[in-house]
Design a protein around this ligand. Structure first.
Ligand code: HEM
Length: 147
C-alpha cells in the first residue's frame, strides 16, 4: 500500500468518525438489505454494541496502516474469531460493498474515485488477512479460539 492510499483512507476516515453512530446504522441496514441471510448470524447480538465495536476496530485499523506488522496479527486473530461466528469467505465481499456504500453516503462529494479506490484496496487487504487466518481454522491447522 503506498503513502497516498494510506493518506486518503486516514483523512477520509476522520470525516466519518464524528458521524460514526449514523454511519454504523447505515452500514448494518445496507448489509442486511444486500443479504438478509446475514441477519441470523447476529442472533444474540446487541447491535448497538456491535456498531461501536465495528467502528472502533475500523478506527484502530485505519490508524495502524502505518504499522502493518502490528495490525496483521490482530486481524488474523479477529479473522479466526469470525470463523467461529459462522462467517464465510463470500460474506466479506458483501461487507465490503456495504462499507463502500456507507462511505459514499457519509462523505458525499469527498468520496472521490481516488478515495473509493483507496478504501477498496484497504478493505481488500483487511479482508484477505482475516479470510486467510479463518481458512486455517477451518482447515484445522490453527486453534479456533486463539486469543
Ligand atoms: C473488515 C472486516 C470486519 C471487521 C473489522 C469486523 C469487526 C468485528 C468486531 C470488532 C467484532 C466484535 C467481536 C470480536 O472482536 O471478535 C465482530 C463480530 C462479528 N462480526 Fe465482524 N468484522 C468484519 C467482517 C465481518 C464479516 C464479513 C461478517 C459476516 C457477516 C461479520 C460478522 C460478525 C459477527 C456475526 C460477529 C459476532 C457478533 C456477536 O454475536 O457478538 N464480520 N466483527
Amino acid at each position: 500500500m503506498d503513502a497516498q492510499t494510506k493518506q486518503l483512507v486516514q483523512d477520509s476516515w476522520t470525516q466519518v468518525e464524528p458521524i460514526a453512530d449514523v454511519a454504523a446504522t447505515l452500514f448494518y441496514d445496507r448489509l442486511f438489505t444486500l443479504d438478509p441471510a446475514l441477519r441470523p448470524l447476529f442472533p444474540a447480538t446487541d447491535l448497538g454494541e456491535q456498531k461501536k465495536k465495528l467502528m472502533q476496530t475500523l478506527t484502530i485499523a485505519v490508524r495502524s496502516l502505518d504499522r502493518l506488522d502490528q495490525l496483521v496479527p490482530a486481524l488474523e486473530t479477529l479473522g479466526r474469531r469470525h470463523a467461529g461466528y459462522g462467517v464465510q469467505d463470500a460474506h466479506y465481499h458483501t461487507v465490503g460493498q456495504a462499507l463502500l456504500w456507507t462511505l459514499e453516503q457519509g462523505l458525499g462529494d469527498a468520496f472521490t474515485p481516488a478515495v473509493h479506490d483507496a478504501w477498496e484496496e484497504t478493505y481488500g487487504l483487511v479482508a484477505s488477512v482475516m479470510q486467510h487466518a479463518a481458512a486455517q481454522v477451518t482447515a484445522g491447522s490453527a486453534p479456533a479460539l486463539a486469543a
